[in-house]
Design a protein around this ligand. Structure first.
Ligand code: AMP
Ligand code: MG
Length: 318
């Protein structure tokens, strides 16, 4: 079902090209466009403009200490914005385009708004795989800052309807490209000088995949300072009490099942973790919209992408 808002355009099939052309005009003029990526919907604006980046923070009600991910077409465009060392190049070559964000030293001549980095000397960069955001980057020729397209602290959007429900008229244009395939935000890895690496946020690219490339021995634990506010304890909040690891449905709870544990809906009846990641936010949105006062979720194994699912669930419950 397409979202029925005047500022929402279909961005599939024959509608793709004209919708991208319209969206590129909005971006060039410094406006905001909600756009599907393979992870979740992003709220995009040109990353080289202070006022465009400010419009993202304003629309989301996002605290200004929480920096944004900048989306680019390829490694060459990334290299004009940040310093890419051997380890970063290895990750980019293996996982771009895809759901991996690299936090790298920002180039002094990057020409980006300082606000995208929230004052940090680093820059978070990603080359997305989804055809709609790729078409928008190509049409504008600009690096696009794009956090998730929801009110700050709320559940991330995996459909255009979620965006319209959360941001409505606070966004200039919404591109409806259907449901997001991955459904969970990108893995964020900070690449340190000297080959060390730190996972700032677990995601679809697993720690094991990163370790296979850079070496498990080079993993550095996250420091005391908050480097990725996605690490804040409370995030992704559905607006109702959320009970984790529920072994069975209980009265008063909207039950989200997994595997053999049934529910009002399920992350994956087959117990498939990739399917569970893709359905996670949709299930939380459904729980938030239901008449039941509480939400409960069945146990999800903490392996592979299950680590990212449990990370999001813990923060949603906090
Ligand atoms: P969102 O796109 O809303 O999922 O949020 C982007 C995530 O990237 C947040 O958790 C940010 O804290 C993180 N991030 C963006 N830039 C940086 C940076 N320079 N250093 C560390 N984390 C960053
Ligand atoms: Mg977010």
């Amino acid at each position: 079902m397409a979202a029925t808002k005047s500022n929402c355009l279909l961005a599939q099939g024959d509608a793709l090209a004209p919708s991208i052309a319209r969206a590129a005009e909005v971006i060039r003029a410094g406006g905001t466009v909600a756009v599907p990526t393979e992870t979740v919907y992003g709220l995009a604006a040109r990353a080289d403009s202070d006022s465009a980046v400010a419009a993202i923070y304003r629309a989301k009600g996002r605290p200004d200490f929480n920096p944004l991910i900048v989306h680019v077409a390829d490694l060459a465009q990334a290299a004009r914005l940040a310093h890419i060392d051997t380890a970063a190049r290895a990750l980019a070559t293996s996982f771009w385009p895809g759901p991996l964000t690299l936090v790298l030293p920002r180039r002094a001549d990057a020409g980006l708004s300082a606000a995208v980095s929230a004052g940090l000397p680093t820059l978070a960069l990603r080359v997305p795989a989804h055809p709609v955001i790729r078409a928008l980057i190509a049409a504008t020729g600009l690096p696009l800052a794009a956090p998730s397209a929801n009110r700050s602290g709320a559940v991330s959007p995996t459909s255009a309807q979620h965006v319209v429900a959360s941001l409505g008229d606070r966004v200039d244009l919404v591109l409806d490209g259907g449901d997001c395939a991955s459904g969970i935000e990108s893995t964020i890895v900070a690449v340190r000088q000297g080959g060390g690496w730190t996972t700032l946020r677990p995601g679809p690219i697993t720690r094991a995949e990163i370790a296979a490339l850079l070496g498990a021995a080079h993993e550095v634990r996250a420091g005391e300072a908050i480097e990725a506010p996605g690490q804040l304890t409370s995030h992704y909040a559905p607006g109702k009490p959320l009970r984790l690891n529920a072994p069975a449905p209980a009265a008063d709870h909207f039950m989200i099942g997994f595997g053999a544990v049934p529910g009002d809906t399920t992350l994956s009846a087959a117990g498939d973790l990739a399917e569970a990641a893709a359905r996670l936010y949709g299930c939380l949105h459904a729980g938030a919209a239901s008449s039941k006062p509480r939400i409960a979720v069945a146990p999800v194994p903490d392996e592979g992408i299950g680590e990212a699912i449990n990370d999001r669930l813990r923060r949603a419950a906090a």
